[in-house]
Design a protein around this ligand. Structure first.
Ligand code: PLP
Length: 364
């Protein structure tokens, strides 16, 4: 029952579209006359092949991924596994790569890469507590960097790239875990885009990698088969047993995003939701505060603090009573964070804004 659902502001795993959940529920017991659920099917049977192929072609349609030039892989291990897979596949051990670190996830990717290549930290937002994105003219890129790595949206800090830097050597690599499919992206600007599914497009357990085909096939010798893009590309993501049910769920989400009119429409909705929330924060006369520089505020993750920080526990508690959950900020930064991914309904954001105003009136 819809009335039993809460507004879930979690950063991930995150809320999924109600339509998708209901469709999955209706197909759970007997997927389209197959007599079994997607969880029980052979990953090599024609039913599952139709599911994974449709998921891929719908994702290609959504993002305009060129068929000939880019491979789409459905992998496991989370975005965290890609922190290692990227340097293993794209670099020799002595190759340099550049990292622009705008938050904790970029920092984790940078640290993992140190095991497999020679990464340079060419910009860090840490001194500003990760509230900024650099201006690209100021970036001093290394002459021989194999690629430039960014995290397109830092989930914990709520900073998002609005445009993308041009790498000196033509290869841009982006972790899009927390803003994947939230807006249109020109895929051809990137060598690799990767994302864990569990924020915008499905359950945890599926990691999507979109990679330019000419970059596949040069993995370091020690690369485990499970991290080798060539193995997965040659086998259409079916080298071993894939996360079948998760891929099916991602497919339902892609279908739903297409039915909404595609990513331009989705972005409009996301902008509207984010505008409402940032406006409420900025117009609170300092009662609420968002530390992120205005021009790079995330449409997906909205961090904010209370001027009277001693009220933060109360805020989270009262919100939970009104069925708005998971508003506590990440343990590393404190405060609050509202994650408002694609599937967060406008009604959820409106309810949160009304609650914030009421809370302020009672506690100002
Ligand atoms: N990158 C970003 C931007 C994230 O938000 C997360 C969050 O969980 C990760 C990477 C790590 O992803 P995973 O937990 O799928 O390994």
């Amino acid at each position: 029952h819809a009335q039993d659902r809460v507004f879930n502001f979690a950063a991930g795993p995150a809320t999924l579209p109600e339509r998708v959940l209901l469709k999955a529920q209706s197909e759970l017991y007997n997927w389209r006359g197959s007599g079994m659920s997607v969880m029980e099917m052979s990953h090599r049977g024609k039913d599952f092949l139709s599911i994974i192929n449709k998921a891929e072609s719908d994702l290609r349609a959504l993002l305009g991924i060129p068929e000939g030039d880019y491979a789409v892989l459905f992998l496991q291990g989370g975005a965290t596994t890609q922190f290692a897979a990227l340097p293993l596949n794209l670099c020799k051990p002595d190759d340099q790569v550049d990292f622009v670190v705008t938050g904790s996830w970029g920092d984790k990717a940078f640290k993992e890469a140190q095991k497999f290549c020679k990464p340079n930290l060419i910009w860090s937002g840490k001194p500003d507590k990760y509230t900024k994105i650099p201006t690209f003219q100021d970036l001093e890129q290394s002459e021989h960097a194999r690629y430039l790595h960014i995290c397109a949206n830092e989930t914990i800090h709520g900073v998002e790239f609005k445009t993308y830097p041009t790498p000196r050597n033509g290869l841009l690599v982006a972790d899009m875990s927390s803003n994947f499919c939230s807006k249109p992206v020109n895929v051809t600007k990137f060598g690799v885009i990767y994302a864990g599914a569990q924020k915008n497009v499905g359950p945890s357990g599926v990691t999507i990698v979109i990679i330019r085909k000419d970059l596949i096939g040069n993995a370091q010798e020690k690369t485990p088969v499970m991290l080798d893009y060539k193995i997965h590309a040659d086998n259409n993501s079916l080298y071993n047993t894939p996360p079948c049910y998760g891929i099916y769920m991602c497919g339902l989400v892609f279908e739903d995003l297409l039915e909404q009119g595609g990513l331009e429409e989705v972005e409009k909705k996301n902008k509207h939701k984010a505008d409402l929330l940032y406006k409420a924060i900025d117009e609170s006369k300092g009662f609420y505060r968002c530390p992120v520089e205005k021009s790079v505020r995330s449409l997906m993750n909205v961090p904010f603090t209370l001027e009277k920080s001693e009220l933060e526990v109360e805020f989270v508690k009262e919100a939970a009573k009104e069925k708005m959950l998971q508003l506590k900020g990440h343990r590393s930064v404190g405060g609050m964070r509202a994650s408002i991914y694609n599937a967060m309904p406008l009604a959820g954001v409106e309810k949160l804004v009304a609650f914030m105003k009421d809370f302020q009136a009672r506690h100002a």
